[in-house]
Design a protein around this ligand. Sequence first.
Ligand SMILES: [Zn+2]
Length: 391
Amino acid sequence: MYDLLIKGATVVDPSQSIHGVNDIAIEDGKIARVAPDIPAAEASQVLEVKGKVVTPGLIDLHTHVFAGVNANGVDPNIGGVRAGVTTMVDAGSSGCDTFGGFPRHILPNTDTEIICFLHICRTGLATTPDIFSPASIDLDHTIQTITENRGIISGVKARMVSPALEIMGMEMPRLAKRAAKEAGVPLMVHIGDTEKRYDANVIRELLPILEQGDIVTHYFTANPGGVLDADGKLVPEAREAHERGVWLDTAHGRMNFSFAVGERVIDQGVLPHCISTDLTLPGRARTVHSMTEMMTRFLAMGFTFDQIVTMCTENPAQAAGISDRLGTLHPGKQADLSILDIQEGDWIVYDVIGDSRKADRAVTPVMSIKRGQPYEAAWGPRPWGWAPDTA
Ligand SMILES: [Zn+2]
């Protein structure tokens, strides 16, 4: 007898080349079977979701959920299981001096799974600016914190911003890379100087130090230090990084996503691997949106729904080191699913500059299933509801 049977939805799981109407049976928090017409009598609970779409649980590769500690921390359930997202990667909200708050105060109080990348700055994003002196970095304590918290911490985070770069130059990302390497985890690097002060060519020095498995985040940033040169050409180091197996993530956030940059990058043929929100408080600002709204932006940019699902499931699972159990609906894997609605209409979506694009479909959350447990979508991080504006 299955614990839960999800019936009648269009199942989209690019990791298994599945796109069609199927039922999904769940037992003991794991996927038991994906097949058409599994009899309802074989399960103790049945969810009829005809007309909806089911994907592997969405993974948001870049968020900030150190709620109650950092001023920008979002309640992980609001952006997580109540928003159709089953796993969130916290991208450097904490550093070695503050990480202890995660296992003590955040992880026991959320149903959304959280994977942490540890900021190379000792205090994470507790203060702005984060790094204001070379003493903001404690390499040994950073490595020790990662090795003592394996399974929770899966990477190191560094931010290519001022004043950190003005004070330390390339020594800052090099120390972050060293910490990551010695701890045996990937490095995630924020590109684009939000202060708009540092030399934009720094991207050409940064990318060569990244290895296979490392992550560039804010791939479509319009801030100085992004991947386009002054003539709008993709810097050659970006293509080389892509060829080496560096993950390219588009984290939107409040300051780092431009349709125009994205379209120029795409035209030059080096596509992003991952979509993420960079969700922070104030999460109700116009430019800070949920994962399903990010998916809608990518529909507006011309990506197929299946491409988008790969960028929100299989790829971030690999980048965050959790692909042994997440990012797929393969039988035996953790029963994390997202139930989504695709609403046709004349939608309009915005980037951080206020530039807009039209979309004829909008993705909205219906329900999350986390380890076999259902969660209804709640109001979410936006006060005006889930769907984008209409044109
Ligand atoms: Zn961020």
